[in-house]
Write a protein that binds this ligand. Sequence first.
Ligand code: FES
Ligand code: FES
Length: 160
Amino acid sequence: MPLALTVNGEVRLSNAGPMTPLLDILREEFQLTGAKPVCREGFCGACMVLRDGRPILSCLTPAGLVEGSDICTIEGLSPGGTLTPLQDALESHDAVQCGMCFPGMVITLTHALRRTHDLTDAEVRQALVGNICRCTGYERIVAAALAIAAAHGPEAARDG
Ligand code: FES
Ligand code: FES
């Protein structure tokens, strides 16, 4: 019996076993390569996706556990390649360097902005505690998130 996974609004079937990490199915079967396999041990956050609106680590999540859930990947936030206001702000603040951490950063910040659109500096930093960036000092990421929260409110975190 294949796994039926709802990803970015579509039901997709996978013949992988239920203990297969969701990350592997997303990347290798569904060609959704936005979520990144960086540490694969739950430390870095680069593999984050939304499950029913909440960030999860797809490297540690058995796919069988998320049957019946709505999974949203970074690709699902920007259908047709239209960046969200948050993604635009990260780009315009030059917050992105190698980019490996950014799918997870965007997933985390999208969730945080949906919960509280007038995020404070401390709340942004707290939200990002599970997202490791080896390139930046985080300052531009935080500045971009605060700028977009102030400018757009809940629209900052819209799905595409
Ligand atoms: S790849 Fe999943 S937490 Fe690092
Ligand atoms: S931009 Fe390189 S790891 Fe974050």
